[in-house]
Design a protein around this ligand. Structure first.
Ligand SMILES: Cc1cc2nc3c(=O)[nH]c(=O)nc-3n(C[C@H](O)[C@H](O)[C@H](O)COP(=O)(O)OP(=O)(O)OC[C@H]3O[C@@H](n4cnc5c(N)ncnc54)[C@H](O)[C@@H]3O)c2cc1C
Length: 398
């Protein structure tokens, strides 16, 4: 049996893949990174928004934690604050691409279309037509494959309904009537930007209330700090537990872990979006989508409303699902069925050991796909430090 072409293939060039690659630089291992650098952030999130995470929690990680967002902003003479100054998405993307140029200059800007087990590791085929073998593979493909669209919308003819991840720019909706479904950050960000772009926008949410985050308090008393310590995921002991002891989280019973990931840090919109939507566009609460049809070139939406005997009916030019993402490994179509069968899963998410390794030896998952194992921190760039340290140590020792 000949040895694999490379030791490590990293699939994904977002904050997780790039941080891991930076940690493996100089290890002597032959590593290749595949994917479009910061693709999700530049193509599948709307431009003109700001990050939910504070400045100090919006980094990519080199092993010495040298090139932080703060360092980049200082070099570029851009405004920066650890907390309280929202990070513009364009600034974060430019910083991450600079990180990539400095620490991971050789990204193969192509996607992996097929991943299969082979002797001594894994065989990868890329969209560019290359095939190679790697001893270990780290899947860092983020959440872009996991967009959730309600079945009523998925059945509509093409062009009438989309997901927030399909949009980076909302200007094409100027003067159109657009319904946005959802009560989380994606939905409310999209609604605010649609309104600014001149679309007649309405939001429909199942919830009784939109749970906007509160603005961070810059000065806090010692009592406030003890009661709700700050962490990279916001304030409070639960968040602090998630950021500081992810290995303890990993050791919790599965039921507890899954419940924590589902309930903690739900899809709340940011405080600075509140002013852009409240009082500026209709927010219809307690509305559950019951039916969607195209009638006379418009989308006719019918909503069941809590406490109302009759459905609310609206007609719009377009409907955008701001209904979030749900990790489902079976949707990663590049993973060959024979390999899918070797990965032990729970609720269609990978069961991972304390080093992020799945039950397929040498196959690792980092980022959102690892949240059920290590907690909600893994859904945010902040978790990339822990993941990069842990996986790089394991790969160096292999
Ligand atoms: C509306 C919204 C707001 C958010 N706000 C924040 C925030 O403020 N702060 C924060 O920390 N997080 C935020 N997040 C979460 C954010 O998406 C993650 O923190 C971050 O993107 C995770 O990084 P990643 O490296 O895992 O994946 P991503 O950044 O999604 O990168 C995925 C990479 O995988 C590559 N790829 C995909 N498929 C393949 C393939 N088959 N082969 C090879 N490469 C592939 C892509 O090209 C890309 O390079 C937000 C998410 C949403 C939806």
């Amino acid at each position: 049996m000949s040895s694999p072409d490379i030791e490590v293939a990293i699939l994904g060039a977002g904050p997780y893949g790039l941080s891991l690659a930076a940690h493996l630089a100089g290890s002597g291992l032959a590593v290749r990174v595949f994917g479009m650098p910061m693709q999700f952030w530049s193509q599948h999130m709307p431009s003109g928004t700001s990050l939910k995470s504070e400045g100090f929690a919006s980094n990519l990680y080199d092993p010495d934690a040298q090139f932080t967002l703060e360092a980049y902003c200082s070099e570029q003479k851009l405004a920066y604050a650890h907390i309280g100054l929202p990070v513009k998405i364009e600034v974060f993307i430019a910083y991450a691409l600079e990180f990539q140029r400095r620490y991971v200059p050789d990204v193969a800007k192509t996607s992996v279309t097929r991943l299969t087990p082979c002797a001594g590791g894994y065989s990868l085929t890329t969209e560019a037509g290359e095939t190679l073998r790697a001893r270990s593979v780290v899947v860092a493909t983020g959440i872009m494959n996991f967009a959730q669209v309600p079945t009523q919308l998925a059945r509509l003819p093409e062009g009438f309904a989309t997901h927030t991840s399909n949009h980076n720019d909302f200007r094409r909706f100027k003067d159109q009537r657009v319904a946005v479904l959802g009560a989380g950050a994606s939905a409310l960000d999209a609604a605010a930007l649609l309104q600014q772009a001149g679309a007649h926008t309405e939001v429909f949410a199942r919830r009784a209330k939109i749970a906007f985050h509160s603005p961070p308090k810059l000065r806090r008393s010692w009592l406030e700090r003890i009661k709700a310590p700050r962490s990279g995921l916001g304030t409070g002991w639960r968040s602090r537990f998630c950021t500081d002891i992810p290995l303890v989280f990993h050791a919790l019973p599965e039921k507890l872990r899954f419940r924590a990931v589902e309930r903690h840090l739900g899809p709340a919109p940011c405080w600075f979006v509140r002013d852009a939507v409240e009082g500026r566009l209709p927010l219809h609460l307690n509305c559950t989508l019951a039916e969607a049809r195209v009638v006379g070139g418009k989308v006719r939406l019918e909503f069941d409303q809590a406490g109302e005997p009759r459905r609310r009916v609206v007609e719009v030019d377009h409907v955008i699902a701001g209904t979030g993402y749900k990790v489902a490994l079976s949707r990663l179509s590049f993973i060959d069925p024979t390999l899918q069968a070797r990965i032990r899963k729970s609720a269609d998410t990978p069961v991972l050991d304390a080093n992020f390794e799945s039950t397929a030896p040498g196959l690792f998952f980092i980022g959102g796909a690892a949240a059920n194992s290590f907690g909600p921190m893994l859904r945010f760039a902040f978790g990339a430090k822990f993941a990069a340290k842990r996986v790089s140590r394991r790969l160096r020792a292999a």
